[in-house]
Write a protein that binds this ligand. Structure first.
Ligand code: GLU
Length: 311
């Protein structure tokens, strides 16, 4: 079937560990516009895997739903909560295990961080396969310690073409190494959950922040191992203030709490984001639907997304 007959399915997948930030809203807006401009579907998934940081339907989740509605973004189907889907993740974890790709890792966080190995973009050190070597030597695992589980990666390059960031490639072994798919406390890792959920929801386009560009080869590798299709990827550059500075979380810059305290109405906020994204020439008050005729991914900046002066 051609792309014309299969409607595009996008998604927004926030982690409710804090109140949403203008940068998250910008990603939600682009994901929504990209899909709606082509008559597709957009899903909302709450990534509340870690119950300690993100209690089910907690305050941040309630604010998040309200902030999205305030901005004028609507979603198709039911909201998916990752916290309710452990059994599903377990099925796919077992498939990887049956394929001989999973091994237990008993290394503590302190042991892992004591290495001089280079760190990945998510700040985890490149794993040196210490636990594989220990098992090969026949050493017994440390008593009383529960293992995390890692997926084994091959020594090969994996690349993809991002619709915004262009060509991106990594050697799975030397640039990322075996990564955790289930934590020692039993919680499934983001990398596995995101791949399973995107595939089972039929997601064909992933629009998200540039901070996740470096996670994408790991996700594509899991898709390949589980027999899933790879969606199109579009990683959006960082949102900065008019002077080019990162919005400071400490000062509450860009936090939806301050944005909503300053702007009662969402229209100027949508307009400022649209101008920052290059969709319109000057900030004006608009709704997301007003922006549909102006949406073109090719207009988006490649470096950083700069908010207009005075916003
Ligand atoms: N939950 C992730 C976050 O809020 C995003 C996941 C994704 O879009 O793949 O950073």
């Amino acid at each position: 079937m051609s792309e014309k007959t299969v409607p595009v399915v996008g998604r927004f997948a926030p982690t409710p560990s804090a109140r949403l930030h203008l940068g998250n809203l910008m990603c939600a807006l682009v994901a929504w516009l990209s899909v709606r401009a082509r008559g597709g579907k957009i899903l909302l998934r709450i990534e509340d895997l870690d119950a300690a940081r993100c209690p089910f339907m907690g305050e941040n989740t309630r604010y998040l739903l309200d902030d999205l509605a305030w901005l004028g973004l609507d979603f198709d189907g039911e909201v998916l909560y990752q916290s309710t889907r452990s059994e599903i993740y377990e099925t796919y974890f077992n498939r990887l295990n049956e394929a001989g790709l999973i091994y237990p890792c008993y290394c503590s966080r302190a042991e892992l961080h004591a290495t001089t190995a280079p760190h990945l973009s998510d700040n985890t050190p490149l794993y040196d396969r210490r636990c594989l070597a220990r098992a090969a030597r026949g050493e017994a695992p440390p008593v009383g310690r529960k293992p995390a589980f890692r997926v084994m990666v091959p020594d090969r390059e994996l690349g993809f073409t991002d619709r915004l960031a262009g060509e991106y490639r990594e050697n799975l072994l030397t640039d990322c190494s075996d990564f955790v798919v289930r934590r020692a406390d039993g919680v499934f890792a983001y990398q596995l959950a995101v791949v399973v959920d995107d595939a089972l929801s039929g997601v064909s386009e992933v629009v998200r922040g540039n901070d996740l560009l470096g996670s994408t080869p790991r996700q594509i590798y899991l898709q390949q191992m589980l027999g899933f299709d790879t969606p199109a990827y579009c990683h959006i550059p960082l949102l900065v203030d008019a002077a080019g500075r990162r919005l400071s979380k400490r000062d509450g810059d860009g936090c939806m709490e301050s944005v909503r305290a300053k702007y009662r109405d969402a229209a100027p906020v949508v307009g400022a984001l649209a101008a920052a994204l290059g969709l319109i020439a000057r900030p004006e008050s608009l709704s997301p639907s007003d922006l549909l005729p102006f949406f073109d991914l090719a207009k988006l900046p490649r470096g950083v997304v700069k908010l207009p002066d005075g916003f």
